[in-house]
Ligand binder design. Structure first.
Ligand code: C5P
Length: 413
């Protein structure tokens, strides 16, 4: 599936001579499928493990090895037959350079600016950010020379992913395995996001449905899947924001590049949200927070001894009302967004909450229709603003809703 952040990005993928080079073919393929334009440069040593043709087959673009072979000039304005100098042409257009696998030898060359092959020459000539995925035998990794080279690269702002610990080509188990293609892509997305339109902003998002204990094994919960809140966290991260995601239990995978704070109950969510708000520019409460909790949770599992059982419930803290009080005292985030999940009188109920919780924006969500609300990937919402404006949105994916919410938050900032 195409990826908003990777689509049409020019990625220079350097492949150096290690057995993990075969995984770089998968990486090149995934990046291409996500919509990126991938130019692959192999070192001579890499060609002993994989061929340029492997990469050309998945990227549908030329792959390069030879520093002294002129390439086709695909620069705008070039005339048919014009040639280009490969390391300069490759360097010029790149939005990001990834080296995967990066051997100890190539790390050493990069650290010292050695440009004796097409890849290292292109890296020297490329102003784009550099992401390295080292892969080597444990002793080579731990050697002071390698560690010193890495320290130099890190000091220059190079981003490193891995290496992981696991089975190595030597047959031993240890540190030195190249990170998996999915992890490298997640790291690449984070590097590309750095200059997004939310760079420098810090936001707090809550997600999921809280659980209120009845006894040690049972709880009162709700149908929130967490998808909307996670989509908001992903979108803000992809636009360069620092994100704290306060999440009640969900079945969703842990997001990359987001600070995740796991909570269970409304009261834990309150504590975590208030702690995270320090210095935050916005809070979006997408979590379905319980309004009531059992007054006295049983310490032991409740036995089925009686025909009827009555649970006494009491109110939980209203997080958004506490945030409103903070803001009234001149503290708290500049923009606060709430959600209203309703099954009747959607807009009227949302309007009341907008005012009661003194929000800048409320996202009204009819959860009684099948294509919207809990556990589905799509949402049909209406945005209600403090100034009385009402903005209905068509049915769309939660990711798209998330981006629109951040667009509106930007406007409110
Ligand atoms: O009042 P209601 O629960 O319908 O309001 C929904 C909005 O208020 C959501 O944004 C939800 O995250 C937030 N909320 C809260 N604290 C609660 C209950 C809900 O902040 N105890």
């Amino acid at each position: 599936m195409e990826d908003r952040l990777l689509k049409d990005k020019r990625i220079l993928l350097g492949v150096t001579g290690g057995v993990a080079a075969y995984k770089a073919v998968v990486l090149a393929s995934r990046l291409t499928q996500a919509g990126a334009i991938v130019d692959v440069v192999l070192t001579e040593a890499a060609t002993r493990f994989v061929t340029p043709l492997s990469f050309e087959s998945v990227t549908r673009r030329r792959a390069y090895v030879d520093m002294f072979e002129l390439g086709d000039n695909d620069r705008p304005g070039a005339r048919p037959g014009d040639v280009s100098i490969p390391h300069l042409a490759l360097a010029r257009g790149a939005d990001l350079v990834i080296i995967a696998p990066a051997t100890a030898n190539t790390l050493a060359k990069l650290a010292h600016g050695v440009a004796d092959n097409l890849l290292t020459a292109a890296v020297l000539a490329a102003p784009a950010p550099l992401l390295i995925a080292p892969a080597m035998e444990s002793h080579m990794w731990e050697h002071p020379a390698t560690q010193a080279n890495l320290a130099m690269l890190q000091a220059r702002g190079v981003t490193q992913i891995g290496p992981a610990t696991g089975h190595l080509a030597s047959g031993a188990t240890g540190v030195g395995r190249m990170s998996e293609p999915e992890e490298i892509i997640a790291a690449a997305r984070l590097v590309l996001a750095r200059h997004g339109d939310m760079a420098g902003r810090s936001v707090v998002v809550s997600a999921g449905g809280t659980r209120e204990a009845i006894d040690p094994v049972r709880f009162i919960g709700n149908r929130s899947s967490g998808k909307m809140g996670y989509a908001l966290a992903h979108a803000a991260r992809d636009r360069g924001a620092q994100v704290v995601l306060v999440a009640a239990p969900t079945a969703l995978p842990e997001p990359y590049g987001v600070r995740l704070v796991r909570v269970e109950s409304a009261s834990q969510m309150r504590d975590a949200v208030l702690a995270a708000l320090e210095g935050a520019d916005a809070l979006v409460m997408a979590a379905a927070v319980a309004d009531y909790r059992p007054l006295q949770p049983s310490e032991q599992k409740i036995k089925k001894a009686h025909e009827h059982l009555t649970l006494e419930l009491t109110r939980t803290p209203d997080i958004l009302e506490e945030v409103a009080a903070l803001r009234a005292a001149g503290r708290g985030p500049r923009v606060v967004v709430g959600f209203a999940a309703e099954t009747s009188d959607l807009l009227a109920n949302a309007q009341v909450k907008l005012q009661q919780k003194r929000l800048d924006l409320i996202v009204a969500n009819d959860v009684s229709v099948p294509d919207s609300g809990f556990a589905v990937d799509t949402n049909r919402v209406t945005l209600l603003y403090a100034d009385g404006t009402i903005e209905p949105l068509p049915l769309m994916y939660k990711e798209e809703v998330a981006h629109i919410i951040w667009d509106r938050v930007q406007r409110l900032w």
